[in-house]
Structure formats: C-alpha cells, structure tokens
Design a protein around this ligand. Structure first.
Ligand SMILES: *Cc1c(COP(=O)(O)O)cnc(C)c1O
Length: 219
C-alpha cells in the first residue's frame, strides 16, 4: 500500500470537493482495514461474491460502492449493503434494483453507466439509451431507486486529449439529462491513470485502486 500517495489523494479530493472511492477489489481485508483506520470510509468492489464476503467481515459504517457490471440475478445480494451502484446500464437492471429495494423498504442510489470510451468492450448506455431509460423510469414512478448521476470510463489510451474529450462529453450529458426536478448531481469519473483530468473536467467522485493499494495481479 502507498500511504503517502493516499494522503496526497485525500488532500486533492478535499480541495476539489471530490469523493474518493478507494477501489479495493482483489485486495485483502487487512488492507481495507488499514485504510479504514486512516479515516477512509468509501470503498469500491466489483465482484459480488468477493464484495459480500468482505462486507460481512468489515466495519458496518463503511460505504460500499458497487462499481462492476451487475447481473440481474445478483441484485438481491448487493441491495441493502451498497451505498451506490455505479454501473446501471439497462432498464431491466434498474427495475430489479427497485424491486429488491422495495422488498426491504429502502431506496438504493444508482448511477447510469454511460459508454464514453472508444473501445467496444466497455459496458454502458449511449445518449439515446440513457434518455429513453430516464423517461421510462419517470413514467413508472419507481420509488425505491434514486438515479443520483452518471458514471463513465474513459478509453485506455495515453492520448490525454482523447480522455479529456470523453470526460467533457459525460459532463455535457449530465447537464442534458438533468431537469428542474431531476438532479443528476454525481459524476463518477476518473481512475488511477486519469483522475487528474477527470477532476479538471468536473468529476465529483473518483474511483482509484492501484495508486493506493498497488498493482493488482492479472486475474
Ligand atoms: C478497477 C476499477 C477502478 C480502479 O482502477 P485503478 O486503475 O486501479 O485505479 C475504477 N473503476 C472501475 C469500474 C474499476 O473496475
């Protein structure tokens, strides 16, 4: 773990009013606890099984962010123990989150994942799909989900201008999809490689793993 880098990141986030989600996927509970003891409360995980196991072992005031691709049949396991689900990319998934949340009488905060990268492989909605989803969401008056904002992952490239353009696009979509009574205030963008650009372009939440915890082994 790189405590020095972590402390520096915390300062940067404070300065810009950005929430730091420490992405702890593949890392042991000991590492999470060490950071917890330094005051970190927001952690991000992306595999349901691993997330649930860690959540059971760790302090209950941790705010867990589910940042991975969530399958509909696994929604039940994460609802109720998740502060924010970052990767909602279909109406079917949103409906299931609403249903499972209603069962336990809670409201689950979600972000719509938008496809902003050039790569085909990354999940997410395009502008038209996001628009359609928002309309459907409002028509059905879902009470147990709150769409708090948008999430995106930029292209895996060294081209800073390309990354910047993608973050600017996400920011512009946030404005476009917001209305008077629908505030999409959270913008989850920026990881180890590109969080500086993301903050410059208006990110309100960065998801940083390897800078804090060290490189992950390829899985
Ligand atoms: C793994 C992951 C991160 C963190 O990546 P780093 O490059 O280690 O900072 C952020 N967001 C998502 C969705 C991830 O899966």
């Amino acid at each position: 773990m790189n405590i020095e880098a972590y402390n520096k990141l915390v300062q940067e986030c404070k300065q810009h009013h950005v929430t730091l989600v420490a992405v702890s996927k593949t890392k042991p509970v000991e590492d999470i606890l060490a950071l917890y003891n330094l005051g970190q409360r927001d952690f991000g995980e992306n595999y349901v099984q691993e997330f649930v196991e860690k959540q059971q072992q760790l302090p209950k005031d941790i705010r867990w962010h589910f940042i991975g691709h969530l399958q509909t049949n696994k929604v039940k396991q994460v609802v109720g123990i998740t502060e924010l689900i970052h990767g909602v990319d279909s109406f079917k998934l949103l409906k299931e989150i609403n249903k499972q949340s209603a069962k336990i009488n809670i409201t689950t905060n979600c972000l719509l994942q938008i496809h902003i990268a050039q790569e085909e492989t990354k999940f997410g909605l395009d502008e038209e799909e996001a628009n359609a989803l928002m309309l459907e969401f409002e028509n059905l008056k879902m009470k147990n989900v709150n769409i708090a904002g948008l999430m995106g992952m930029a292209s895996f490239t060294n081209d800073e201008n390309q990354i910047r353009k993608e973050f600017q696009y996400l920011k512009s979509l946030q404005a476009k999809l917001s209305t008077a009574n629908r505030q999409l205030s959270t913008l989850s963008m920026g990881m180890t490689a590109d969080y500086t650009i993301a903050i410059e372009e208006g990110s309100t939440m960065i998801r940083v793993g390897s800078l804090i915890f060290g490189e992950r082994k390829a899985s």
